[in-house]
Design a protein around this ligand. Structure first.
Ligand SMILES: NC(=O)c1ccc[n+]([C@@H]2O[C@H](COP(=O)([O-])OP(=O)(O)OC[C@H]3O[C@@H](n4cnc5c(N)ncnc54)[C@H](O)[C@@H]3O)[C@@H](O)[C@H]2O)c1
Length: 280
């Protein structure tokens, strides 16, 4: 057999947000490396499409709205023992702080923060993790390593998830490992909804590697954290951002022109949204 320390052969892995973007790319890579997958998302058509791309047999999908407690119970009841759990579903909506409102805040916190917490809690309570299992949360650089006008709700949701990840890592060691991937801007629907082409072009200049990430860039980092290659890594946040974080002088610093590419873009997108919503 070929030497491959990143093999996922024999591992059963649950992936949320598997209907597109980073979740789909992660599913494709995990299947190529031999894992058996349970995909979940609120979007059934997207799940079917992802399943159609998978190598190997035995994969299945379960449709679930992860913000529903009943759906979480039903999902967990249907799961076998797991060797891996990728908590990846997420949403964003740029809005300046003064336009934060209960509907948007509760939706973002419910999907990005509360759902991963409640799902992890249920998986622990129902003893779904095999010894040596690995949990990976898709967090972000946003709100933790970088800030942007209009990104307060998303940043707060991901910051809380990052802290949760570190506590899970401590509580579940040594049986189960827990880490996060923290991507910069990745070409997915989620990123596309927030930024205009003009803002993207200017923002790209701030990336030392001169491109945004592709979903597969993040997927392969998740594969590393799921695999036994990372068996001495827990409580770690793996930043994948084309080198951009290293360029920051200070977390919250504003440049002389009043906006750093996507930061200014984020604010403009927020204002556009607020205008459409008749908030301005
Ligand atoms: N794209 C980026 O630039 C970027 C950067 C950093 C972090 N992230 C994070 O990566 C993760 C994946 O996002 P993506 O970029 O692939 O976007 P995406 O929109 O392609 O994927 C998000 C998935 O979450 C699912 N989802 C949303 N609400 C749900 C719910 N209530 N129940 C179940 N599923 C639900 C969506 O249907 C979708 O398939 C998210 O957590 C996101 O915050 C993305």
């Amino acid at each position: 057999m070929e030497y491959n320390p990143f093999s996922l052969a024999g591992k059963t892995i649950l992936i949320t947000g598997a209907a597109g973007g980073i979740g789909r790319a992660t599913s494709v890579e995990c299947a190529k490396l031999g894992a058996t997958l349970i995909l979940t998302d609120i979007n059934e058509a997207g799940l079917q499409e992802t399943q159609g791309l998978l190598e190997g047999d035995g994969h299945r999908y379960l449709v679930a709205n992860l913000t529903s407690q009943e759906a979480l119970d039903a999902l967990v009841a249907d799961l076998p023992s797991l060797d891996g759990f990728v908590s990846n579903a997420g949403v964003t909506k740029p809005l300046p702080v003064k336009f934060i409102n209960p509907d948007d805040l509760e939706r973002i916190m419910s999907i990005n923060t509360f759902a991963p917490i409640y799902l992890t809690q249920r998986l622990c309570r129902k003893k779904k993790f095999n010894a040596g299992a690995s949990i990976v949360f898709t967090v972000s650089v946003g709100g933790i390593y970088t800030t942007a006008p209009g990104n307060a709700m998303y940043g707060a949701s991901k910051g809380a998830l990052q802290v949760f990840m570190k506590n899970v890592a401590l509580e579940m060691a040594p049986k189960v490992r827990c880490n996060s991937v923290n991507p910069g801007m990745v070409n997915t629907n989620l990123a596309g909804r927030s930024y205009s082409d003009e803002d993207k072009a200017r923002d790209l200049e701030t990336y030392p590697l001169k491109r945004y990430g592709e979903p597969r860039d993040v997927a392969l980092a998740i594969v590393y954290l799921l695999s036994d290659a990372s068996s001495w890594v827990t409580g770690h946040s793996l930043v994948i951002d084309g080198g951009r974080r290293g360029r920051r002088r200070r977390l919250c610093q504003r440049p002389a022109n009043g906006g750093y590419g996507s930061l200014g873009g984020g604010l403009r997108a927020a204002k556009r949204y607020a205008r459409r919503a008749r908030l301005l």
